[in-house]
Write a protein that binds this ligand. Structure first.
Ligand code: FAD
Length: 358
């Protein structure tokens, strides 16, 4: 696949390339990018709404349906924040029995917060971890690709800031081995030296500890760089642990697809929280909700890589289950088949970046 593309078997040692880095500046080990280190490729569909996630209560017959879906590229990141907002709607009515539809990051966070507030909760889901979109996620804690840029000055921006703050605080209490969460430095890289941080970060800047770096202060072949600190969540251990927490707290899981609204209204629980992600499009007829395909390539783990970067659409997170190289953003497709051409683009982009490191 990569034959003839001048991509080496592995990048040279960083010490050979360190001459231009200012004394005392952090040395970072480059990722060894080569096709023979590839262990798997995966693709998933982000549930994206240009106007942003939907957390809203709606009366349907005798039931209260509370929607909590449409988190785009930040469903893990925002899960606890929008769960808290959904639970506020649930607390405003008298019943304490709830059905949560969906068992991804959003459904599980919502179910756990409901339990913590005294609700008896049953999850109904077609797919359980490890077979949800949430298992495909990166998952960097960073609210990006959540809504269109036009929403930065709308009331939604305030909701997003609130969800970001709540979720960020909640995830801090889960850092550690069991949930597969750790803090790492994160480098935001840009061709443009004047580029700022994403608009969604500017809504709650205290969460990122972001500092602009001068070219001699970082090893990357980019004119613009910021260093921030962020949590990285490994989806498989994280979702497995949440599901276990849910069961230990008395929760029940029913594996079943809900084909339509009538099936939802026939459930025995008086309150239903809709956390079906992209499934909400068909189930509740949300025309705004669209899939944005993302593809990831995983290389053999490299424990000496102890930082993350985002360079345009390409990003690298050093997970225990492999060095994750992303990514792509492709609208108008429902395919979850990895595309070999996208894998090639990802490997070339990351390989060139690693080769250019000082
Ligand atoms: C390549 C890629 C990288 C990503 N990186 C990040 C990242 O770094 N950080 C981050 O925060 N986010 C990231 N995301 C986004 C994140 O994966 C999603 O926002 C998140 O998974 C959405 O979670 P969810 O619980 O709403 O949906 P899902 O995980 O899709 O869960 C939906 C649940 O609803 C169930 N369901 C759906 N329809 C029905 C039905 N009709 N009946 C019964 N059950 C139903 C499903 O079976 C499933 O259990 C990434 C996504 C992709 C694809």
């Amino acid at each position: 696949m990569l034959a003839g593309l001048a991509l080496p078997a592995c990048v040279p040692s960083p010490t050979r390339r360190s001459a231009r880095l200012a004394p005392g500046r952090t040395r970072l080990v480059p990722v060894q990018v080569s096709e023979d280190r590839l262990i798997r490729t995966v693709a998933g569909l982000r549930p994206y709404r240009p106007s942003g996630f939907r957390v809203e209560a709606e009366s349907m017959g005798e039931k209260l349906v509370i929607h909590n879906y449409g988190h785009g590229g930040a469903g893990i990141t925002l899960s606890w924040g929008t769960a808290e907002m959904a639970v506020e709607h649930a607390l405003a009515q008298p019943h304490r029995q709830a059905a949560v539809l969906g068992c991804g990051a959003v459904g599980l966070a919502t179910a756990r917060l409901l339990q913590d507030r005294g609700f008896k909760v049953r999850i109904y889901a077609r797919d359980l971890p490890p077979n949800t979109t949430s298992n495909i996620a990166g998952a960097l804690w960073s609210p990006v690709s959540v809504a269109s840029w036009a929403r930065r000055e709308s009331p939604f921006a305030q909701k997003l800031a609130r969800a970001s703050r709540f979720a960020h605080r909640y995830f801090q209490s889960m850092v550690g081995e069991r949930y597969g969460i750790r803090w790492l430095p994160l480098y935001l890289l840009n061709e443009n030296p004047g580029a700022g941080v994403p608009w969604t970060w500017q809504l709650a800047p205290e969460l990122y500890h972001a500092a602009r770096l001068q070219p001699e202060e970082h090893p990357f072949p980019r004119a613009g760089a910021w260093r921030a600190y962020a949590m990285m969540i490994e989806p498989d251990p994280y979702l497995r642990a949440l599901l276990q927490d849910f069961r230990v707290a008395g929760g029940e899981v029913i594996v079943r697809e809900l084909p339509d609204r009538a099936a939802v209204l026939a459930l025995p629980e008086p309150v239903v929280i809709n956390c079906t992600g992209l499934g909400a499009k068909a189930l509740f007829g949300d025309e705004e909700l669209v899939p944005v395909k993302g593809q990831l390539a995983f290389l053999v783990p490299q424990p000496d890589v102890d930082y993350m970067y985002v360079a345009g659409e390409f990003y690298m997170f050093p997970r225990r289950d492999g060095i994750l190289l992303g990514g792509t953003h492709e609208g108008n497709t429902w395919s979850t088949e990895p595309d070999p051409a996208a894998t090639e683009r990802i490997l070339i982009a990351h390989g060139q970046l690693a080769l250019g490191m000082r």
